[in-house]
Design a protein around this ligand. Structure first.
Ligand SMILES: NC(=O)c1ccc[n+]([C@@H]2O[C@H](COP(=O)([O-])OP(=O)(O)OC[C@H]3O[C@@H](n4cnc5c(N)ncnc54)[C@H](O)[C@@H]3O)[C@@H](O)[C@H]2O)c1
Length: 380
């Protein structure tokens, strides 16, 4: 039976993946999408078993993405996949997104958008020429208190921004990096699969994206210091970046995968002339608002003092904790509104522009480090 749900195809995200479950849940959260097929894994057994678990018609499960693009674009409009989510390792994002855009599919792509700025700009050009929707899933932007933080800064509640600090600290690579065999076999440290960066591309881009989003302002210049820890490890696993924002204010972006014992500590603080706001991903339902002469205020989701967009991203009455699945669900809902040409606000989902900025950040940071930690301008 036909319905008005957007027909969604998956590439990657099989039962062998980390991020697949997040997209599967997020896509169906607001009854906007129906998962109808895809290539869920490079392993054909897992590809098929993932589809069986989802209860899919196996004729819509393909051996590879080229076959999927070709067959699906030939199906009738009521049947065929309309949007594709790309959840594979980084080097595949570009060829996959390119073929699906060229064949008229909307794309929801994991970050980093590609493995070079050149590829990212090419995708942007194709997306524009085809007039399709393209989202890059910087998941954390979907949290209600990030939406509220963005609004409060845009309304000048904390005054002029005078210092920023965005960090993403993890420790998981510690178990791998000190073992020569392990460090040479993980895809995240393989430049052919990961691109020119590990830590910057994987989590530094989240910290960068978050900073530009909440400040409503671009990062103008960066100076990066990258750490690979071992000479035989080709990619960064620990990064410190000095930043200058558009308004001249100074700050830092720091990301690391060797903060032993830490999990997903994405923290952002923006210090203004009248007050400061801080948010921590591991406690996402609290937004800390500091001023000089009043006690600390802790803002929470679901209350009427929040912005419309923040309230739009809260499903349950205040006090019922929502988390990362809900944040990704909010992004999927924003994308659905854009695909259906319904009213949607800027900030409902990260677009290809954010993906392009992320790639420029990675490339310029690597260049800055390579040339002796010099200042680099970002101009995309
Ligand atoms: N938004 C976030 O917060 C977040 C978090 C984790 C990962 N990611 C991103 O998601 C992507 C995937 O990361 P992951 O950790 O899930 O990786 P993973 O290695 O756990 O899973 C990769 C998946 O892609 C499949 N795959 C590989 N080659 C394929 C091909 N040619 N065709 C179809 N499927 C193929 C694998 O079988 C697997 O299912 C990466 O780009 C990563 O940066 C984003």
């Amino acid at each position: 039976m036909s319905n008005n749900k957007i027909k969604l195809g998956f590439v990657g995200g099989g039962n062998d993946s980390l991020i697949g479950v997040l997209h599967k849940v997020a896509a169906v959260m607001f009854d906007q999408y129906e998962i109808v097929g895809g290539v869920f894994s490079s392993n054909q057994d897992i590809n098929k078993s993932t589809a069986i678990d989802l209860g899919l018609d196996l004729s819509r499960v393909y051996n590879n993405y080229e076959e999927m693009a070709e067959v699906e674009s030939g199906l009738d409009a009521n049947t065929k996949i309309e949007a594709v989510c790309i959840l594979t390792p980084n080097f595949l994002h570009f060829p996959m997104a390119k073929i699906f855009l060229q064949n008229g599919f909307h794309v929801i792509c994991e970050k980093p958008l590609s493995i070079s700025l050149k590829e990212a700009l090419e995708l942007k050009e194709i997306k524009q020429s085809k007039n399709l929707v393209f989202a890059v899933t910087h998941t954390y932007t979907g949290y209600p208190m990030i939406r509220q933080m963005t609004r409060m800064i845009s309304e000048n509640i904390i005054g002029d921004i005078q210092r920023v600090d965005s960090t993403y600290f993890q420790g998981w690579i510690n178990d791998i990096i000190h073992d020569k065999d392990k460090r040479s076999s993980t895809w995240r440290l393989n430049p052919d699969v990961s691109g020119i960066s590990s830590c910057l591309a994987d989590i530094g881009t989240h910290a960068f994206n978050m900073l530009e989003l909440v400040c409503g302002m671009k990062v103008k210049k960066i100076l990066a210091d990258l750490n690979n820890l071992y000479d035989d490890n080709p990619l960064d696993i620990d990064v410190s970046v000095l930043v200058r924002m558009e308004n001249g204010c100074k700050g830092t972006i720091r990301s690391t995968q060797i903060a032993t014992g830490l999990e997903n500590n994405l923290n952002i603080s923006v210090y203004g002339s009248k007050g400061s706001l801080s948010w921590e991903q591991e406690n996402p339902n609290y937004l800390y608002y500091h001023t000089s002469n009043k006690p600390l205020q802790v803002l929470k989701p679901g209350h009427l003092y929040n912005s419309d967009l923040s309230l739009d991203g809260t499903k349950l009455p205040a006090g019922h904790p929502e988390g990362i699945f809900d944040a990704m669900g909010n992004i999927y809902r924003g994308v659905a509104r854009a695909i259906k040409d319904e009213k949607n606000e800027i900030g409902e989902f990260p677009t290809i522009d954010e993906g392009v900025r992320g790639m420029e950040f990675i490339e310029k940071a690597v260049e800055s480090n390579k040339n002796g930690n010099i200042w680099m301008e970002l101009d995309s």
